[in-house]
Write a protein that binds this ligand. Structure first.
Ligand code: ATP
Ligand code: MG
Ligand code: MG
Length: 380
């Protein structure tokens, strides 16, 4: 009996455990909080990653370890890797945790990126705003997620407010200034690389964010094949450079038909949740297969799929459950403003059918604004 250890016990760990059950796998989850939602399906160790006693107990009980949370300190990941196999490797995690290291690597690999500059002082910020121009975004280098730790600078006069909001973090987690990309669309490559180097991607996904949080995803993205091939080539180059093992997502902006890399998520990704019902093998199961050195599953999809995120509180399930291609995911979390508490995936055999399904669901749930950009893309 193989036990997979997962650091972080959120919905990603929960969906991983659910997808691993048919493979006969056992799971052990470690999180800092006792009500982590993966704990409803797997034994949970509650402890801080830096607590060697708790991490040691975790290590002693698992055959292999992986993450649902990308901000586990790289030193803790390395400490663990000295005891059990850990995938993705701590080095890949360390690079993906730091927006500056990540963007520097993209650039070294000739993967285009938005303009950026490292910021250590208020003077650096003023100089970088002068160089990059406005609008631009000041971001923490580490620990940001769901758009947290970001300040949008519309004019140079916003510099003081940006520094007021994030300046103190220049010495703790570091800061980076990025040029604001007026993109036509946001895309992501969700990909998997096995222990033997085999590389596969799911079809390219288009994503819509609201206030920096993912709201909806559509696969396959309606882009031309050459653009998708470029996106896949970027992802492959990155995975090989990092000797990456497992699933990851590469978030991309498309501006004037050119792809610019935003960030690398070293884990299964929200924009890949549609793969559970929309493709032959889900991102969760392929991540487990990769980490365990098992053959990777086929990533092809049938028809089209749209994922809608439920933020804050769950809507009524019935409108989705009533659809032939409707699938419901409730993460079993307490409602809280801004929190991802669940999602739905709608699947259909054609773009026209998917658009009609989304229209019905949007009206029934009063979520017309959430489905509107997806319907526009499907009908565009
Ligand atoms: P995630 O939850 O995806 O990890 P995050 O907190 O790491 O999010 P980003 O992905 O950097 O944050 O930004 C969140 C969203 O904000 C992006 O998906 C995009 O919509 C917008 N955004 C971020 N950076 C830029 C940029 N340089 N130009 C334009 N929009 C941006
Ligand atoms: Mg991120
Ligand atoms: Mg992001």
């Amino acid at each position: 009996m193989t036990t997979v250890g997962i650091l972080g016990g959120g919905q990603l760990a929960r969906m991983m455990a659910l997808s691993g059950a048919p493979l006969g796998l056992r799971f052990l989850v470690m999180d800092t909080v006792a009500d982590a939602c993966a704990g409803q399906f797997a034994p949970l160790i509650v402890g801080d990653w830096r607590d060697e006693a708790a991490l040691g107990e975790f290590a002693s009980k698992v055959d292999v370890a992986t993450f649902d949370f990308e901000n586990v300190p790289a030193e803790s990941a390395q400490w663990l890797a000295d005891r059990v196999p850990v995938f993705p490797q701590p080095r890949a995690l360390a690079i993906a945790q730091d927006r500056l290291a990540e963007k520097t690597l993209f650039r070294e690999l000739d993967i285009p990126v938005p303009e950026f500059a490292a910021i250590a002082t208020r003077e650096d910020l003023d100089n970088a705003i002068a160089k990059l121009g406005t609008p631009c975004i000041l971001k923490t280098r580490r620990l940001g997620y769901d758009g947290k730790g970001q300040f949008r600078i519309k004019t140079p006069a916003d510099a003081a407010a940006a520094w007021e909001a994030l300046g103190a973090q220049a010495v703790t987690v570091g800061l980076i200034l990025e040029g604001f990309v007026a993109f036509e669309r946001e895309l992501s490559v969700v990909a998997v690389r096995g222990r033997d180097g085999e590389f596969r991607t799911w079809p390219l996904t288009e994503n819509w964010h609201v206030d920096g949080v993912l709201s909806a995803s559509l696969a396959p993205a309606k882009v031309d094949a050459a653009l998708a091939q470029t996106a896949f080539a970027h992802a492959k180059k990155l995975a090989e450079a990092l000797d990456y093992v497992g699933v990851f997502a590469l978030e991309l902006f498309c501006r004037d038909g050119v792809l610019l890399a935003n960030e690398l998520a070293p884990r299964v990704h929200n924009s890949g949740h549609w793969t559970i019902e929309g493709s032959e093998t889900s991102q969760f199961q392929n991540h487990l297969r990769a980490v365990l050195g098992l053959p990777l599953g086929d990533t092809r999809m049938v028809g089209m799929a749209c994922m809608l995120n439920w933020i804050g509180a769950m809507p009524d399930a019935n409108a989705v459950l009533a659809e032939a291609g409707g699938h419901w995911h409730d993460y079993g979390k307490e409602p809280r403003s801004g929190r991802k508490v669940g999602h739905a995936t709608l699947r259909a055999d054609s773009a026209a059918d998917l658009a009609a399904t989304l229209e019905r669901v949007g009206v029934a749930l009063g979520r017309e604004a959430q489905v509107a950009p997806v319907i526009a893309s499907l009908r565009g």
